[in-house]
Design a protein around this ligand. Structure first.
Ligand SMILES: Cc1cc2nc3c(=O)[nH]c(=O)nc-3n(C[C@H](O)[C@H](O)[C@H](O)COP(=O)(O)OP(=O)(O)OC[C@H]3O[C@@H](n4cnc5c(N)ncnc54)[C@H](O)[C@@H]3O)c2cc1C
Length: 392
């Protein structure tokens, strides 16, 4: 197992760090450190374009589509340097981490040429239309329907929890195209433009005070017949491959962001004296150990993935980081005490650490809840009997 990075990889790190620092202390200093997913969205859209123009937007993609052909290790390095430099939350996170790689894996040449350069250039922002009011963990229960009408697909139904749909130009949606089908059969993976009369996006306010996600209604929405990944009926296969990305290696680089958050907790504990409390010290040490374990786990997965042997350990990573971050949020509140309960001003705007506490409640839900992750580990890594499924 590799425990560090090669000289060439460290040279890549230095180049990325220098570029990021120059951009974020120069023309984009105003978005440095913006962790909110909704604040300064216009400036963060410009930032996406700036990254794209310098080909730092999706470093792992082929250069033909605007990337840098970066190895997985280099992608992790870039994510680390991005967090270290205080790069703002990526407005096109879903396009870069989920839509793009899925189009690369399943798209036709025409689809790749149409969609990938626009994502890499920061010109088209994407969101994810999976969940529905009755299809979350039980995703195969999707009811949103689509059917062919001339040269179009027509879409009817409702998605929910669609993060960043209010800023998005496109949504990828799993929809039911097989009439009378139930469960994973008869689903298709469509790419649908959002700016059209048949699509309505309605904010949902969350307890952080922000409205990051939305309800998305399709009411006779249309998309070109060619905007389907795979064949009609391939929606489950394509959709699950995308979820593998959402839960897997695409998240290995996020640990530098966790480092920043843990450091903020330690600074707060030092500042208000709670660092002297042995119970708090113990929990900080525990958090530090957890972070280091994640780091070595990530390096292990990276080594295995680069060797082409997907490690079952990768299946444990989502639950590991989500649970770690949630307890860090709880520790942050115990460090802050009552001061952590006071919003800044009247805008229900919480500072970094209370926001971490509130937001991290969602970490064990999105991308598959902890319970669902345990099922996946049991079935796919440990080979235990499959959970009974009603409509499989
Ligand atoms: C911040 C955030 C952003 C999101 N962004 C998006 C997005 O952009 N696009 C999108 O499509 N979705 C998004 N989601 C939705 C997310 O994917 C779902 O919330 C998640 O899959 C859980 O589904 P659910 O909310 O319907 O809960 P349910 O599936 O109803 O689950 C309720 C509870 O039951 C448990 N449970 C359910 N089934 C089982 C089982 N078989 N075994 C054991 N326990 C079980 C769950 O673990 C959970 O505790 C987002 C969610 C959050 C919190």
């Amino acid at each position: 197992m590799k425990l560090g990075f090669s000289e060439a990889e460290e040279a890549f790190r230095a180049e990325a760090a220098a570029w990021l620092d120059a951009a974020l202390s120069g023309p984009f200093a105003d978005v440095r450190g913006v962790t909110s997913l909704v604040e300064q969205s216009d400036r963060r859209r410009e930032w996406e374009r700036h990254l794209g123009a310098a080909r730092w937007s999706c470093v792992g993609w082929p250069s033909a589509y605007g990337g840098r052909d970066a190895s997985l290790a280099e992608q992790v390095i870039f994510a680390e340097e991005y967090a270290r430099a205080g790069g703002p939350a990526r407005l096109n996170h879903v396009g870069i981490e989920l839509a793009g790689p899925t189009i690369l894996a399943f798209g036709t040449e025409a689809q790749k040429a149409r969609f990938l350069p626009a994502i890499a250039a920061g010109e088209e922002i994407w969101c994810q239309g999976y969940s529905e009011p009755n299809a979350g963990s039980d995703l195969a229960n999707i009811r949103t329907r689509a059917w062919r009408d001339g040269t179009d697909w027509v879409v009817e139904g409702q998605k929910v929890w669609t993060s960043l749909a209010q800023f998005s130009d496109w949504i990828f949606a799993i929809v039911r195209t097989g009439e009378g089908t139930v469960g994973p059969k008869g689903l298709s993976f469509l790419l649908v433009p959002i700016d059209q009369p048949g699509v309505t996006v309605r904010h949902i306010h969350q307890m952080t005070g922000e409205a990051e996600f939305n309800e998305t209604f399709f009411d006779g929405a249309r998309t070109d017949a060619g905007n389907i990944l795979g064949e009609p009926g391939d929606g489950w296969k394509v959709g699950m491959a995308l979820l593998g990305l959402e839960r897997g290696v695409s998240t290995l680089g996020q640990q530098m962001g966790f480092r920043n958050e843990l450091d903020a907790v330690i600074d707060a504990a030092r500042a208000n004296g709670t660092a002297a409390d042995p119970r708090i010290r113990q929990r900080i040490a525990q958090a530090e150990i957890g972070l280091r374990l994640m780091r070595y786990g990530a390096l292990r997965m990276l080594t295995a993935t680069e060797d082409g042997t997907a490690s079952p350990a990768a299946l444990t990573y989502k639950i590991q980081w989500a649970t770690w971050r949630q307890s860090l949020g709880e520790l942050a509140m115990d460090v802050l005490g009552q001061a952590g309960e006071v919003a800044e001003g009247s805008d229900y705007a919480f500072p970094l650490l209370p926001n971490l506490f509130l937001y991290s409640r969602a970490d064990t839900i999105y991308g598959g809840t902890n319970e669902i992750q345990r099922n996946i580990i049991a079935e796919r890594a440990l080979g235990l009997p499959r959970e009974p499924r009603g409509n499989a």
